[in-house]
Design a protein around this ligand. Structure first.
Ligand code: DC
Length: 224
């Protein structure tokens, strides 16, 4: 009897900068296609959260990498759990947001998160996965790669609406800082894959974007 052939996971990769609509679109798309959804940014936020909670300086690379290797992180529909603690709200707060781009720049942290993301996909047969390096590095064979973006003003306004206690100027400055840090790092920086579909969501509603991507997925899967 021949060995069963392992099918590679069916991944839809969504990359793009902060506030480009990746999470909203990714969740809605996963629901529409009946796939599971993974927010990989939440994993990097979980590492930053754990480092801060353990009193580490996020700029201290070695201990932060060590924490990431042993950390119990659970990201699912019910929330984000770090070492069994519900960190769903805190990982979106200003302290973690300030530290996360630095933590995500460490190659040791990225290697660990990439491995976990690949295991996650293999266990589920794939899913909608969003982040910064999903189409370029983590899943170069994704069925469909989408690069979402929007003007800085639109991205900042969306974030202000999500977090009512934040001021527009602070959010815009934070987004610009994170864009620079995420695009400028040496290991798997934020970049558009050469075979990604580019979508500027500045003038588009969520439903419109989801519809466009769902049609592209159906075309791709119909072809294979
Ligand atoms: O999507 P987000 O803002 O929650 O991501 C948090 C940080 O994690 C962001 O500064 C970039 C980083 N990140 C990354 O480097 N690679 C990913 N695949 C996802 C997020």
């Amino acid at each position: 009897m021949s060995e069963p052939r392992l099918r590679p996971p069916t991944v839809i990769a969504i990359d793009g900068p902060a506030g480009s609509g990746k999470s909203t679109v990714g969740r809605a798309l996963a629901e529409r296609l009946d796939l599971t959804y993974l927010d990989t940014g939440a994993m990097y936020r979980a590492v930053a959260f754990a480092a801060i909670r353990q009193g580490l300086d996020p700029s201290d690379e070695e201990p932060v990498v060590a924490i990431s290797k042993a950390l119990d992180i659970k990201v699912d529909d019910t929330g984000v759990f770090v070492g069994g603690v519900d960190a769903t709200v805190e990982i979106r707060g200003p302290e973690v947001t300030r530290a996360v781009s630095m933590v995500a720049s460490y190659p040791g942290v990225r290697e660990e998160m990439r491995t976990r993301q690949r295991i996650w996909a293999a266990e589920r047969g794939g899913g909608v996965i969003e982040g910064r390096d999903i189409g370029t590095v983590v899943f170069p064979d994704a069925v469909l790669k989408v690069y979402l973006t929007a003007s800085v003003e639109t991205r900042a306004s969306r974030r202000v609406q999500e977090m009512s206690d934040m001021h527009y100027d602070d959010v815009a400055a934070d987004i610009a800082r994170r864009d620079a840090q995420d695009s400028g790092r040496a290991d798997s920086p934020l970049a558009e894959a050469s075979d990604a579909v580019f979508l500027d969501t500045t003038e588009l509603g969520v439903l419109e974007v989801v519809e466009q991507i769902a049609n592209l997925v159906e075309e791709k899967l119909g072809d294979s």
